[in-house]
Structure formats: C-alpha cells, structure tokens
Ligand binder design. Structure first.
Ligand SMILES: *[C@@H]1O[C@H](CO)[C@@H](O)[C@H](O)[C@H]1NC(C)=O
Ligand SMILES: *[C@@H]1O[C@H](CO)[C@@H](O)[C@H](O)[C@H]1NC(C)=O
Ligand SMILES: *[C@@H]1O[C@H](CO)[C@@H](O)[C@H](O)[C@H]1NC(C)=O
Ligand SMILES: *[C@@H]1O[C@H](CO)[C@@H](O)[C@H](O)[C@H]1NC(C)=O
Length: 570
C-alpha cells in the first residue's frame, strides 16, 4: 500500500506519550442465527422478545451498558426485582407494594438485562449524563414530579438508582435537559413549567427556577394541544443555547437569562413538539481546518416531522388520524442572517427519532405516518427508517428509504446509537397501562437492533479497528493532539479517514437530548507496519464545542466506521 502524498510517508509524534492503553478486543454481540438477506438498506435483528419493561427512556453509559426505564405507576411490569425485593410506596397510584422492576440495565455485549429499582415515578422525565459519567435524572410524574435521581455505572452488578433528598425547584414532567460547558445541567420546561433550572442541587446551590416567557408564548391553547413540550435544546459553539418549541426558536444566554436573538419561524403550519412531536438534531460540528485557533465551527440545526395543528383533538375526539408532516427545516444558526431551508422527507412522520450516525449522516426512524403523540393517537406506523445525507450536494439525492422493521415503534418508543455502530430500538406503549392484547399495537417490551448498511460484511476489509489510543487514561485534554493506532486490511486513501467523536444521547419522546457529534481535525496519517496506521488528530478546542464528559470515538474509513472507543474529554 503506497501513500499518494509523499509528505505523509513521514510523520512525527506530536507529544510525549505518557501511557498507552490497549483497547479490549471487540466482542461480537450479533446473534449468529439470523442471516442478513437484503443489506442494501441495512437490516433489522431482534435482540430480546421482552426485557420486562417498555423502553420509554434510554441512555448508553460509558461501560457499554444501556440504562432503560419506563414508569412505576401503572402496575406490575414483566420483570421481577432481584432477590424477592419489593418497593413499598403508599403514594403509588397503582400498587402500594410492587415486586417488579421499572428500569433495567441492558448489557450490549452479552445481550442481557439486569432489573433495577426506581422508587418513584419516572414517567415522561428527562436526564443527562454529567462529566463524570453519572446519569442525572430529573422529574417524572406524581410522587416523582420533582425528584432527582442518579445512576453511576459500575463494573459489577451492584449499582442501582439513588434517589436524592434535595428536590428540583419545580415539577418537571415533559422537560428537556442539556449538559452545559461548566458541567451543570439545565432542565428546561415541562408541563405548566414556563421556566428552567440548573442541577445538581447541593448545599451551595439554593437557586430556584428562572421564568422563561418563550415557553408560555409557544404553548398552543387548543384542547390537549400544547405543542411545546420536550423542547429541542442544542448547545452551540458560542456557548449559548438554541431552544426550539412549537415553530419558534431562540438563541438563549442562560447565564444572563436573556434571549440573544430570535430565529425566523419554521415555515409550514406543522407544530414540532409534544403532542405534535417531531425531532431535531444539531448536525455534526466539523472542526476540520479550524486548527487550534479560537474560531467557532459553523453550526446547523435540523428539525423533522411533527403534526398539523388540530391533529391531537381529531385523534382523541373523532378517531381521525391526520397525515403527519413530511417536512424538515434546516438552519445555519451561526449565520448572520439565518434562514430555514426546507426539505421533504419521502415518508410523513410524527414521533420520529433522529440519530447522528458515525458517518455524519442522519437516520430518521420510529414513529407513525398518521396522528400524534399520546395514548391511542397514532396509526400507520412508519416502519422504514430514512437516511439523510447532509453533505450531499444534489438536493434530490439526500434522502434514502431504508429497509423496514416489522415492529411498530410509536408513542413511548426510543432509539440510541451503540458504540458498535448499530441502532438499539425498543418500546412503544401507546396505552394508558400495559396492554399486551391491544390490537393492532400492543404494548411492546422487545428490543431490536438496526444494522446500517456500513455494517455489511462486504465492507470488512475497509473497516478500521482501533488498536490503541495514546492518551493518558483515555483522556482528551482541550486543544490537545492525540494519536491512535488503527488496523486496516485495505487502505483506501488518507483523505478517506475521518474521526467522529459522539456524545451518547438520552433519548425519550423522539428527542435525543445531548446528542452531539464532532468531526475532529486529522493532522497526520502514517503507516507504521503492514495494515497498521497511526492517526494523529486534534481534540475539541473548548467546553462550549464539547462539554466535558465521555464520548464515543469512531474512526471512519471510506465511509465505514470502526467500533467506538470511549474517551473522556476533560
Ligand atoms: C432490498 O432493499 C432495497 C433497498 O431498500 C429494496 O429496493 C428492495 O426491494 C429490497 N429487496 C428485497 C427482496 O427485499
Ligand atoms: C407479560 O406478562 C403477561 C402476564 O404474565 C403476559 O400475558 C404477557 O404475554 C407478557 N408480555 C410479554 C411481552 O412478555
Ligand atoms: C469537514 O470539513 C472538511 C473541510 O471542509 C471536508 O473536507 C469534510 O468532508 C467535512 N467532513 C464532514 C464529515 O462533514
Ligand atoms: C393517513 O392520512 C392519509 C392522508 O390524509 C389518509 O389518506 C389515510 O387514510 C390516513 N390513514 C389512516 C389509517 O387514517
């Protein structure tokens, strides 16, 4: 294998390597019984028929386990608490004594679950992982309205939920969370909560909530139609927060409690937030070419799907299911005069999940073609995911319809990107309680995985493997460079190598909170041995661009991503 560019035959170590950490060998988690037949649009593999609960909320943790939970107040789940334990809660709406679990920990490599214990109701809540890798979960319903809970991942089977004694300053039901550059987490909105607050709460933090007029203004007044719950939050590289609700969006300075600018209204009549639930992503922040100058990368936000006003009362009162939105808006929020550019999805969709793939493309999956979010409010599940290629110059070639699942994943379903590049998909319970007999959309307790096309075995020789990362304690200091050794059977081109640093999302209600992807600047690629390459790259410049925490690093070669290695940006 020869390099086209002669100067790349030589490379230098950019700094003294203090430690070398070996990456554990990749463990295969794909059940071998299922053979992929049509991989042109990816394929689906069932993982678990039942994990005992319905995957309403999901978060991948730094130790390759996924915390999953639904709610405590709707009777027994289909998985028991361990060792005959029971939960005694005189305030629970359904059962004062409950010996079943409402949260599980899914082990990706073993494809197994362990029941966990939540004490109070986590229904329609929010969460974020803090910079140390602990999940900070906020709010819920009823006895859980203003609860704060934590879950710290562990390497044995001993860790469980902890309920904190200090409450939130407001009830948070249908709120959204964002991790901030200073390490705090901002919790925005919720039903009848036109305000935001910061966590953690500790002895030094007695501050309450801050009134936020935008949330009152974006609430619709039709019956049951709020259309601004679970607002979309994206931390921008200038340190301000992009906040979208209903059809409007602002750039918000949360330090001074001040709207810095208001963006144009997203064109079209559709509403984009619960119950007219759409979704949103911050498109990958591309740090290539920025060097270590204090410049910001451009930032673009995309919002897709949703429902027309009136869809909710039509579904509830008349059992008429209005066709969902087909439109997406894309806006370069860092422009001086930003404007929405509209795109048309090949399939209408309400309750879409939007996830960033390591390739920089967006996958849109789950949801329905008709109706809205809420109980019994949607029909016609959108079984085919669609891929969106943000960098495709031909506007007509940006969307591609992918192979369908067989399982409806509508209200109360979720999806997350796994470190191995698959998408973990679960849930859907569009009913007031567990209802396994409902037809045609029973409560679903299963988990399945979507394998994007890039996981096709025919790309094996192009797929990079990260052998080792040369960074002390797998830690990436701001502005620093780092190197890694990558093995590769068939080398395509130096320019075909890129690095994607991805913050895993907390996904619920079709919004992947804190999802973030950085395309790191590759400084040098050099061959060190046959089929072995050294890649040197620059880490993220500031906490505004990448808040401190655990990220998944994927090496992408010729469009084919490696398995990720966890790195701590600090
Ligand atoms: C295979 O997938 C392609 C692309 O999604 C689709 O057009 C085709 O119909 C599929 N073929 C079969 C046999 O499912
Ligand atoms: C859950 O348990 C109930 C009662 O035992 C059973 O009828 C139902 O089939 C189970 N559902 C699933 C998805 O396992
Ligand atoms: C990032 O930017 C560089 C330089 O403009 C470009 O060549 C590359 O394709 C971009 N990568 C992605 C994933 O957008
Ligand atoms: C979905 O919406 C389309 C377009 O309005 C309509 O023709 C169709 O009947 C709806 N489907 C259902 C199942 O209500």
């Amino acid at each position: 294998m020869r390099f086209k560019n002669a100067s790349l035959r030589m490379f230098f170590f950019f700094y003294i390597i203090s430690h070398t950490f070996l990456v554990p060998p990749a463990t295969s988690s794909s059940p071998s019984s299922v053979v992929a037949t049509n991989t042109s649009g990816g394929h689906w593999i069932p993982l678990q028929r039942s994990i005992g609960i319905s995957a309403m909320h999901m978060q991948v943790m730094k130790n390759n386990k996924v915390i999953i939970f639904d709610r405590t107040n709707f009777g027994p789940s289909n998985i028991s608490l361990p060792n005959g334990h029971c939960r005694y809660n005189p305030r629970d709406m359904a059962m004062k004594v409950d010996c079943t679990a409402h949260s599980v920990l899914y082990d990706i490599a073993c494809n197994s679950v362990r029941p966990l214990t939540v004490q109070t109701d986590t229904w329609c809540s929010s969460a974020a992982v803090d910079s140390s890798g602990t999940l900070i979960q906020t709010g819920g319903f009823s006895d859980g309205y203003n609860k704060l809970r934590t879950f710290t991942p562990c390497d044995d089977d001993r860790c469980d939920w902890i309920e904190l004694s200090v409450p939130l300053s407001n009830n948070r039901w249908y709120a959204s969370n964002q991790i901030l550059p200073d390490g705090r987490i901002m919790v925005v909105g919720g039903r009848s909560a036109f305000n935001y607050e910061f966590v953690p709460k500790n002895s030094g933090n007695h501050e309450g909530s801050y009134y936020f007029k935008f949330l009152r203004e974006t609430k619709d007044s039709g019956p049951g139609e709020e259309n601004n719950l679970y607002p979309f939050l994206h931390l921008l590289p200038d340190g301000n927060l992009f906040i979208f609700a209903n059809r409007r969006s602002v750039l918000f300075d949360y330090i001074r409690n001040r709207v810095v600018r208001e963006y144009p209204v997203l064109p079209g009549d559709e509403r984009r937030n619960y119950p007219s639930t759409g979704s949103s992503v911050l498109l990958p922040l591309n740090l290539t070419g920025l060097g270590n100058k204090a410049r910001f990368p451009d930032a673009e936000v995309m919002v897709c799907g949703g429902a027309l006003p009136g869809s909710f009362p039509m579904a509830v009162e008349k059992r008429v299911y209005v066709e969902a939105s087909r439109s997406c808006g894309r806006i370069r929020v860092t422009d001086s005069n930003p404007q929405w550019v509209m795109e048309v999805m090949p399939i209408p969709r309400v309750m879409p999940d939007m996830l960033l793939l390591p390739t920089g493309n967006v996958i849109i999956l789950n949801g329905a073609r008709n109706g809205t979010a809420g109980w019994e409010n949607a029909v016609n599940p959108a079984l085919n995911p669609v891929l969106y290629k943000p960098n495709e110059p031909d506007r007509n070639a940006r969307f591609k319809v992918l192979n369908p699942t067989k399982t409806a994943r509508m209200y109360h379903s979720s999806a997350v990107l796994l470190p191995d590049g698959r998408i973990l998909v679960g849930g859907s319970n569009p009913h007031r309680l567990y209802d396994f007999k409902a037809y045609p959309y029973p409560t679903d307790l299963s988990l399945e995985a979507y394998y994007p096309n890039y996981l096709d075995p025919k790309f094996r020789s192009l797929r990079p493997t990260i052998i080792k990362i040369e960074a002390a304690n797998n830690r990436l200091p701001y502005g620093g460079t780092f190197s890694m050794t990558v093995s590769l059977q068939e080398f395509h081109s130096v320019r075909g190598i890129s690095l994607s640093l991805v913050a895993p999302s907390f996904t619920t209600h079709s919004f992947a909170m804190n999802q973030r992807m950085l395309v790191l600047e590759v400084i040098a690629v050099g061959r060190v041995a046959p089929r072995s390459y050294k890649v040197t790259a620059r880490g993220p410049p500031t906490p505004n661009v990448a808040p401190s925490g655990y990220y998944m690093l994927y090496v992408v070669h010729a469009g084919i991503p490696s398995r990720a290695v966890w790195l701590r940006v600090k």
